[in-house]
Write a protein that binds this ligand. Structure first.
Ligand SMILES: *Cc1c(COP(=O)(O)O)cnc(C)c1O
Length: 409
């Protein structure tokens, strides 16, 4: 609380600041764009318990492979907790690097087909600390317009010339690369989400790689919605598109398919990772990833390298759900990713649909502006390898009921 007594400034009062914020909150609410957080009281899984005691089928976690509550992953986390402690109370370069961290970095590099990997507190930090470290004012970064907020923010922090190409539009990518060349850019880095999380679109990395080669540009991808399950061995969208081993920089998260705790990484050539360790600010000035998460993540890679059953089941279930929901008459964004965007278009209607589905025992979230463009509100369903066929069928039934009630189908 502030006071205006004795204030000699000509600016607005401190109280006006708080009033302004309350006004902004009201405007968000009036526009039907206010996001509320529902409280769950159980671990992450195919079903979860909400604070009012209901058990509901969960269709909105990034728990693609069901590893958030996998017994072997939990066991590995317990073991690392016992052997390496709860936390390191340090950044990496002071006293925050354990043998486990080095092992996980080497294992991730191998899994992703790169030379080395550096861990971060989150993928948001990995992207935040990437561009500024690698590019200067003489360079250019060429970014898909729908890239994740963390990529956009990371690029904002760097002095390189910025070019944006229309989403997934490779003619425009080419035009932007030409423009960067015409402006005399020294190094060019094209950067894209491997998978766009609001649409489930998988970037055409084979074509993008070819264009980058033509222009002598580096290619970087954010694999948060891909690592662990896209591609025949689950290595990601580069494997899915046939360019495994041909991506210069890969950023990703431990907080989605790879177990869902938290933590992120950048995977690249040795010299890139070495420079990031020297200069990347979120790495230098933020705490090390907790040992239990690191130990469990190594176990996740053991599981995924041993066999592909989880990603195979996920692929199967995603295609099943996509086919069935379209048969019911819903509009979806076509594709084959386990992200299934069910288009409602109108924000209040998307909220009404998710609310009704919750009553019917299905937990989903409506997405609307500013997370997606205005008029593009949707329910984003995310399929997981832990969903059994009966659960998917029950969810489809609920969608049918609620969709009819609300006049969507
Ligand atoms: C989720 C996500 C992030 C952020 O990951 P965190 O590890 O939770 O910070 C970054 N980029 C993309 C594309 C994402 O989907």
């Amino acid at each position: 609380m502030g006071t205006t007594a004795g204030n000699a400034s000509t600016g607005a009062s401190i109280e006006a600041f708080y009033a302004n914020i309350r006004h902004e909150l009201e405007a968000i609410e009036e526009a039907g764009l206010y996001k509320t957080e529902r409280i769950i009281t159980s671990p992450q899984g195919s079903v979860i318990h909400t604070a009012d005691g209901k058990e509901v089928i969960n269709l909105c976690a990034n728990n693609y492979l069901g590893l958030s509550s996998h017994p072997e992953v939990l066991k590995a986390a317990h073991e690392a907790l016992d052997s390496h402690g709860f936390g390191l109370s340090s950044v990496r370069f002071i006293c925050g690097t354990q043998d486990l961290h080095k092992t996980l970095e080497a294992r991730l590099a191998k899994f992703l087909g790169t030379e080395d990997t550096i861990l971060y507190g989150s993928a948001f930090d990995a992207n935040g600390g990437l561009f500024e470290t690698l590019l200067g004012a003489e360079d250019a970064v060429i970014s898909d317009e729908l890239n994740h907020a963390s990529i956009i923010d990371g690029i904002r922090l760097c002095k390189a010339q910025r070019y944006r190409y229309k989403h997934n539009d490779l003619d425009d990518l080419r035009a932007q690369l030409k423009a960067a060349d015409a402006a005399g850019a020294r190094f060019k880095l094209v950067f894209t989400d491997g998978v766009f999380s609001m649409d489930g679109t998988i970037a055409r990395l084979d074509e993008i790689r070819a264009i980058c080669d033509e222009f002598g540009a580096l290619l970087g991808i954010d694999e948060c919605h891909a690592t662990g399950f896209l591609g025949k061995r689950g290595r990601g969208s580069h494997e899915h598109r046939g360019v495994f081993g041909k991506i210069d920089i890969i950023t990703g998260t431990l907080g989605k398919g790879l177990g869902g705790a938290s933590g992120g990484f950048t995977s690249a050539r040795k010299e890139v990772v070495a420079l990031l360790r020297q200069r990347s600010r979120p790495y230098l000035f933020s705490n090390t990833v907790a040992p239990a998460i690191v130990g469990a993540s190594i176990k996740v890679l053991d599981l995924l390298e041993a066999d592909t059953s989880l990603r195979d089941k996920l692929e199967d279930s995603a295609l099943y759900f996509r086919r069935k929901i379209v048969e019911l008459g819903f509009d979806i964004k076509p594709g084959d990713h386990p992200i299934v965007p069910i288009m409602v278009y109108d924000a209040p209607k998307a909220q009404a649909l998710s609310k009704r589905l919750l009553e019917l025992g299905v937990y989903v979230i409506g997405f609307f502006y500013p997370v997606v463009p205005k008029g593009q509100a949707r329910i984003r369903v995310q399929i997981s390898a832990v969903h059994e066929r009966e659960q998917l069928d029950a969810a489809l039934k609920a969608f049918e009921t609620a969709g009819k009630e609300l006049g969507i189908i």
